[in-house]
Design a protein around this ligand. Structure first.
Ligand code: OAD
Length: 245
């Protein structure tokens, strides 16, 4: 059930920003990070798999783990939550989708103006030079080697201890500061700097909407909390506010 005041607000909204996290892909079958039992960081230690030091210690282990995750995301499909977000983009003047996800499912669902804060698991780059590499060599070395410099290749994702892509972060902060409406969807709102974005929007007077089945540090401050899975809540919201879908 979408509150009537929120429906009225959204029909007049001009600048919408959506921040998404792993929860938006959960209904596609992509595991989240911190949820009891199923979260990746409950089953694996980030220090072993998601830091530059871990990669240098055991590049094959890290490469193989990301290859497993890459296969997993390439075998799943966007869910109704992803499609609803792509639909919202058609109804407002300015729409920015800021995602912490590396799975590329928003692109596959048709979202266009996307800022990937944590990179994309489907891309590969050189560990030494940072240059993107489109074709992987088939020499059998694991990880494969950079065709330019011979360095080790790694996934183009942000690891713990690394900086976010600075231009992308800058654009995300600008969008948060200038929006009239900010959605936080499927994120535990714990990992910085992404977790600061709704607070930036709030400081500038934006209406904050949280979509999450669980409580987060943002919940108490949100203008509206839509409690439930995004694959159900977002399509209902789009239907109620803009019709169709
Ligand atoms: P988390 O695993 O921390 O949080 C997932 C959130 O999704 C939780 O708040 C869940 O309640 C919620 N959730 C679960 N199922 C949902 C559903 N069907 N619909 C809506 N919400 C649902 O994942 P993130 O917040 O994305 O960073 O984590 C942020 C970052 O921490 C990730 O990008 C990753 C990780 O370490 C890097 O790898 C750099």
């Amino acid at each position: 059930m979408i509150p009537a005041a929120l429906v009225t607000h959204l029909r007049a909204a001009c600048r919408i920003v959506v921040l998404t996290g792993a929860g938006v892909s959960a209904e596609s079958g992509v595991p989240t990070f911190r949820e009891a039992q199923t979260g990746l960081w409950v089953r694996y230690r980030p220090e072993d798999l998601a830091t530059p030091e871990a990669f240098l210690r055991n590049p094959k282990l890290v490469w193989d783990w990301y290859t497993w995750r890459k296969k997993l995301v390439s075998e799943v499909q966007p869910n109704p939550g992803h499609y609803a977000l792509a639909e919202i983009e058609n109804h407002v003047t300015a729409f920015t989708l800021i995602t912490q996800n590396v799975d590329g499912l928003h692109q596959r669902a048709g979202s266009r103006n996307i800022l990937e804060l944590h990179g994309n698991i489907l891309r590969t780059k050189c560990f030494d030079e940072g240059t993107l590499v489109a074709e992987l060599d088939d020499s059998g070395s694991v990880p494969p080697r950079c065709p330019r410099c011979g360095g080790l290749l790694r996934p183009d994702v942000v690891w713990f201890g690394e900086l976010l892509p600075s231009e992308t972060l800058h654009q995300a902060m600008q969008a948060a500061k200038t929006c009239d409406t900010f959605f936080s969807v499927g994120t535990s709102a714990l990992v910085q700097p992404a977790a600061a974005l709704p607070w930036l929007a709030m400081e500038r007077g934006a209406v904050i909407i949280e979509v999450n089945p669980q409580v987060t540090p943002l919940t108490d401050q949100a203008s509206y909390v839509l409690r439930g899975p995004s694959g159900e809540v977002l399509p209902e919201l789009v239907r109620t506010v803009w019709g169709g879908n």
